[in-house]
Design a binder for this molecule. Structure first.
Ligand SMILES: Cc1cc2nc3c(=O)[nH]c(=O)nc-3n(C[C@H](O)[C@H](O)[C@H](O)COP(=O)(O)OP(=O)(O)OC[C@H]3O[C@@H](n4cnc5c(N)ncnc54)[C@H](O)[C@@H]3O)c2cc1C
Length: 498
């Protein structure tokens, strides 16, 4: 790892990677340090993945203003620049009783004040035309066509890869353990060695309070607020096309029912304050509440065809309920991007824009790098290709004809691409985040051994050293026996008509 840089960004979630990419537009040396073996292993990997339209955003709060600007930036730039799945499916807030109609009117007015385009109130018949599975109790809804869904893994990896392509460095397994203020700037101690920097940007998610304390800024705490989910199989026969919210109350936004970018159905999250920042366990009670909440708008939902339950932790600053993105005046050059709870994903490009302004405030004018290229292309996705495109790709490289994950139609070529990206996938989960083997119905039961074998070949380490995710998560105590690998290869050629 280099020992000197202009800017260190701490944390490789969607916030830190978006910031690193935005800084790579300028003639600045940028190093992002992440404690895990991959980016997108914190809150950015477990959320509802909505690019909120901003109709419920509070303009008096940083998170409200950045949500609205973030949504604009996804429309204007990000969807064109990064090769990341974003779908503008729209969102509806469904009133199930006439008494809730005034709340719809209130949200409509608030959204219009925020400059959100296309908002309108839809009546029952129009709603049922859009979403036939909606409850019979639906009376009207606020419709927000500018709301979207995004793949949060590919988004975060896309920001990180594009930052590296533009000259930034991403150091994985480089946990920041201390930061010392020096006359020239900062010395950042990491698990990979020391690095001197003029500016430090803290985007450490749930741990942002602890990183901030390292420089003596200790006037806020991050409280984890857990949200639980059910994820349904793609074959599920309840088709939902848009994101469905109930009418929010003072206490909660309610349980969302939404498709994902890969056509699974997702329901959740609830909200529960907890003490332990590592506690991502789901609870029976919480999940029951999630299903009950989802049935309020889509009563046909059951637990049948659920393929996964999971939880994410919102990094909330309870006292303000807001983001804390600011230069810390008592430590010039230290910028916090902390308390990035929801809508942190929707806000990420705007958060990055704001942080660049703050860096400019610290350093003076930033000079643009004429070589900056905002465009990033990910590996080919065989499952989304036409027959002709598949045939041409397989002709070029037969490894795109070898299916490793049958549930998600992921080929050997795509897995090898993931391992050889600018920010390389080095664990089983890092590959799953980038190209999806193991994300389908069998959850890796069939393809797991082959993914381990390919990782072992590409990284040139024994299979017993291949990890699921963090240090200590090695999956095997012994090499996989050849007959088992042969078995998982059987019948795995791509049928170009699939
Ligand atoms: C249940 C739930 C639902 C949500 N739904 C939405 C939604 O639909 N739309 C939306 O806009 N937002 C949503 N959010 C919010 C959104 O997910 C977060 O705001 C966003 O992901 C935060 O990203 P981050 O990069 O700030 O944090 P993280 O993704 O947590 O990244 C922080 C990174 O810092 C690293 N790190 C920590 N300490 C150190 C250290 N000492 N040294 C080096 N690295 C360190 C961590 O390993 C981690 O990778 C939701 C959140 C939750 C929990």
């Amino acid at each position: 790892m280099q020992s000197q840089t202009d800017v260190v960004v701490v944390g490789g979630g969607v916030t830190g990677t978006a910031i690193a990419r935005e800084l790579s537009r300028y003639q600045l040396d940028v190093v992002l340090v992440e404690k895990s073996p991959d980016v997108c292993t914190g809150t950015s990997k477990a959320n509802t993945a909505l690019i909120h339209a901003g109709f419920n955003a509070d303009p008096d709060k940083q998170k409200g203003r950045l949500n609205v600007r973030g949504n604009e930036l996804y429309h204007e730039r990000i969807q064109h620049e990064l090769d990341v799945p974003i779908e503008w499916r729209g969102a509806m807030v469904v009133a199930t009783d006439e008494s809730e109609r005034p709340k719809l009117e209130e949200l409509l007015a608030k959204g219009q004040d925020n400059g959100v385009d296309g908002l309108e109130i839809l009546e029952r018949e129009q709603l049922l035309e859009k979403e036939p599975h909606l409850t019979d109790d639906a009376v009207a809804a606020l419709w927000a066509p500018t709301a979207g869904i995004v793949n949060p893994f590919e988004l975060t990896v896309g920001f990180a890869n594009n930052a590296v392509e533009n000259g930034a460095s991403v150091e994985l397994e480089a946990e920041v353990t201390d930061i010392t203020k020096t006359d020239e700037g900062f010395t950042v101690e990491t698990a990979k060695g020391e690095i001197d920097a003029d500016i430090v940007i803290n985007a450490a998610g749930l741990y942002a309070d602890e990183v901030s304390k390292m420089v003596g800024v200790d006037d806020f705490e991050i409280t984890p607020r857990r949200g639980e989910y059910y994820l349904y199989d793609k074959q599920f026969d309840i088709d939902i096309d848009t994101t469905i919210f109930p009418v929010p109350t003072e206490v909660t936004k309610g349980i969302v029912v939404t498709p994902t970018d890969e056509e699974n159905l997702l329901i959740g999250p609830n909200a529960q304050e907890i003490d332990d920042k590592r506690d991502k366990a789901t609870t029976r009670q919480g999940l029951d509440k999630v299903l009950e909440g989802a049935q309020k708008t889509v009563p046909d939902l059951t637990k049948q065809d659920v393929i996964k339950e999971f939880a994410g932790l919102r990094p909330a600053i309870k006292e303000t309920g807001d983001f804390r993105i600011q230069i810390e005046e008592e430590v010039p050059g230290f910028i916090n991007a902390a308390g990035i709870q929801s809508p942190g994903l929707a806000s990420a490009p705007a958060t990055a824009e704001l942080v660049v302004d703050l860096v400019e405030e610290v350093r003076g004018d930033l000079e643009e790098d004429p070589a900056f290229d905002p465009n990033y292309s990910g590996p080919p996705k065989v499952r989304h290709m036409s027959h002709e495109e598949r045939a041409a790709l397989i002709e070029e490289d037969p490894r795109y004809g070898q299916i490793i994950c049958r549930c998600e139609t992921v080929t050997e070529g795509e897995i090898r691409d993931a391992i050889n990206q600018p920010v390389p996938a080095q664990t089983v989960n890092a590959i799953k985040r980038r190209v999806r083997p193991g994300a389908g119905r069998c959850q890796g039961g069939f393809c797991g051994p082959r993914v381990i074998e390919i990782l072992s070949e590409e990284l040139d380490v024994p299979m017993t050293e291949i990890k699921l995710e963090e240090e200590g998560s090695e999956l095997l105590t012994d090499e996989i026996k050849q007959p088992l690998l042969e078995k998982s290869r059987e019948g795995s050629e791509v049928n170009a008509d699939d």
